[in-house]
Write a protein that binds this ligand. Structure first.
Ligand code: ATP
Length: 224
């Protein structure tokens, strides 16, 4: 059975943190591949600050081109209306078929909002979830969102992840699927900060792949 990671994001723009995370998670979970899925119209972001889906698709393609374990799906980019994770997971399950076990990868900052995602409870029964640490956010905050799956997880277990005293915690979601709360090497890069740096003509070397930066310059993105 193929173990496949699904890594969705606005990727506005994609940065080295995204690639680093994907690689670390691929190794840790022995994933056969990771599919990067740029969102079409993201429901949770200010759409005035987001460059077009076609540009974001292109920069993700450029970023993952050198890596044989990474691919890109345009499934959300060409979908009408907002992009909802539940629709994407269902569509990819149909497309990939039974021999694929899916792992939905997301940062803790995004997962803390899961209650606002469309059909969150149903989504959490559809596949495995890997929630990764991100500087500035804590797993302890999960206690407040009241997910049934986390009912039996104590605050001190979550805090021990935040303090680096343990590296992972897995919680069953269904008989088949689990939620993995995962420590990764901290990487404090964000697309927000990159947009600011590019806008202010500051140095961004090593924060995003060079071919992505060349494309951004060529197309005059993030200058407005
Ligand atoms: P923005 O700053 O515009 O909000 P972002 O840096 O969070 O963007 P996204 O494309 O929204 O980038 O991120 C895609 C996924 O990667 C999300 O689940 C997010 O939580 C996660 N992620 C992004 N950067 C990091 C990071 N440095 N550490 C851990 N997770 C990250």
């Amino acid at each position: 059975m193929q173990r496949i990671g699904l890594f969705g994001g606005t990727f506005n723009p994609i940065h080295t943190g995204h690639l680093r995370i994907a690689n670390e998670i691929r190794e840790r979970f022995s994933l056969d591949s990771i599919i990067f899925i740029p969102t079409g119209i993201p429901p949770h972001k200010d759409k005035n600050k987001v460059i077009s889906p076609a540009h974001r698709l292109r920069i993700v393609e450029l970023a993952v081109a050198p890596y044989k374990y990474f691919t890109v799906s345009s499934i959300e980019v060409y979908r009408e209306g907002f992009s909802y994770s539940i629709d994407t997971v269902r569509a990819l399950q149909n497309e990939l078929g039974e021999p694929a076990e899916l792992f939905f990868i997301t940062g803790i900052d995004a997962f803390l909002d899961i209650r606002t995602w469309k059909d969150a409870d149903k989504l959490l029964k559809l596949c495995n979830f890997i929630v990764i640490q991100r500087p500035g956010y804590g797993f302890a905050g999960l206690k407040r969102i009241g997910l049934p799956a986390l009912q039996d997880v104590s605050s001190s277990e979550l805090e021990s992840l935040d303090k680096g005293e343990r590296f992972e915690l897995s919680v069953p979601l269904t008989e088949k699927y689990s939620l993995y709360l995962q420590h990764i090497t901290p990487c404090d890069i964000s697309s927000t900060e990159l947009r600011r740096l590019i806008h202010d003509s500051k140095e961004v070397k090593y924060l995003l792949p060079e071919n992505v930066m060349s494309y951004i310059i060529e197309q005059g993105l993030y200058r407005e």
